[in-house]
Design a protein around this ligand. Structure first.
Ligand code: FEO
Length: 163
């Protein structure tokens, strides 16, 4: 059994990860509308990863003898004006998610919940990678996105993302 403070934050994080998936499906939809299926594919894969994160947290709660309670997932409310906007919003969102993970880790530390701290180490590393991927995408967009041929090549490259 987990201490209530830690349990509540992990329950909430499951919701946040599922919201992240929902958000990235929204990004993918935007890019489909823009005629950029490679970008859409990249964000579809990102959405799949977010569901995996939620399921990993769910499994941890179950294996800790806890019941999992699901809450409503909020509607994504970002309005995009340019094809660069989702890449920037994605980076900001990942930084926010990192702060949530760090907050759970800090709370586990306060509670001397060393098992949860150990479990969360995977998420801390994963968030570093998520932030880097999101930041790299902004860099690539800045380098290639202004030129139609460059944008087409970037879209093609992003369409090859496998995981
Ligand atoms: Fe599950 Fe992108 O953080």
């Amino acid at each position: 059994m987990l201490q209530k403070k830690v349990l509540d934050l992990i329950q909430d994080q499951i919701n946040k990860e599922l919201y992240s998936a929902y958000l990235y499906v929204d990004f993918a939809n935007f890019y489909e509308d823009q005629g950029l299926p490679g970008f859409a594919h990249w964000y579809e894969n990102q959405a799949d990863e977010e569901v995996e994160h939620a399921m990993k947290l769910r499994r941890y709660l179950i294996d800790s003898g806890e019941s999992v309670k699901l809450e409503a997932i909020a509607k994504p409310d970002k309005v995009f004006k340019t094809i660069e906007d989702p890449t920037k919003a994605g980076y900001e969102h990942e930084c926010y998610v990192s702060s949530l993970i760090h907050n759970i880790y800090g709370t586990a530390l306060e509670c001397k919940d060393y098992r949860t701290m150990n479990f969360l180490e995977w998420f801390i590393s994963e968030q570093a990678e998520e932030e880097k991927n999101a930041s790299d995408l902004i860099t690539r967009m800045n380098l290639f996105g202004k030129d139609p041929a460059g944008l087409q090549a970037l879209d093609k490259a992003l369409g090859k993302r496998e995981d």
